[in-house]
Design a protein around this ligand. Sequence first.
Ligand code: PMP
Length: 289
Amino acid sequence: MKIYIDGRFVSRKEAKVSVFDHGFLYGDGVFEGIRAYGGRIFKLKEHIDRLYQSAKAILLTIPLSPKEMEGVTIETVRRNKLRDAYIRLIVSRGEGDLGLDPRKCPKPSIICIAGKIELHPEEVYKKGLSLVTLATIRNIPQALNPQIKSLNYLNNILAKIEATTAGVNDGVMLNEKGYVAECTGENIFIIEGKELSTPPCYVGTLKGITRDLVLELGENLGLKVKEKVFTRYDLYNASECFLTGTAAQIAPVVKIDGRKIGKGVPGPITKELMKGFRDLTHREGVEVY
Ligand code: PMP
């Protein structure tokens, strides 16, 4: 495995960062999770754009241009001879002292790791996921905006721990007002008749790249597509429900808090969207080779 760190490709063993890196000390940094399918990197530009937006929001100047960062990502996949890959791009604040002040960190660190994808077992997609609502609410945007894909993912980790402790696949995170925000690392959608909806970002939801694509796919299928604020009641009474994310793709949900969603099996519209998504991942993307 060849890992990119600050202009060099090194082995997994050599791929080390300083204990004084503020990414390690404070979670001060940003990241992206990207996928490649069949030798093409899917939605690369969108991910790079979001990385720079996250960096801008935390006043972090990335010492490479977005085009150069695309080049680093492509080269990392190429050097690892991967066709299907999960890629992690990280920009940390870099080495500083033990204080918080980022002005003491002169050189941000750029890391790119490309590895094999670890998928949920196929059976999970066939059967559908079971969720519970979590007591851990999503970060309040006025305190730490969920749009920032920062290295500090404790909010999501606490939520994930709650979901796994409850013995289910994932959990629903509400915002401080009790409206549905998203899952621990995926966006959430409901289908009610011919209407497809997902919470708007101001609720405290990451503007997922898969989410935006699914909104487009829904339009193309002739669905009424909406961003809307909704509650657990709407989840329970939806005809279908699914999650979206770069790693998870589109994952059907069949149970929430013990309530069966729709018929309790992956719904027909969800399946159509899954097919549309799969077709696109086989057609689109930036060529690596
Ligand atoms: N929400 C959160 C909190 C996430 O970390 C992710 C994964 N990046 C998503 C949603 C899904 O976003 P995307 O489709 O861009 O991967």
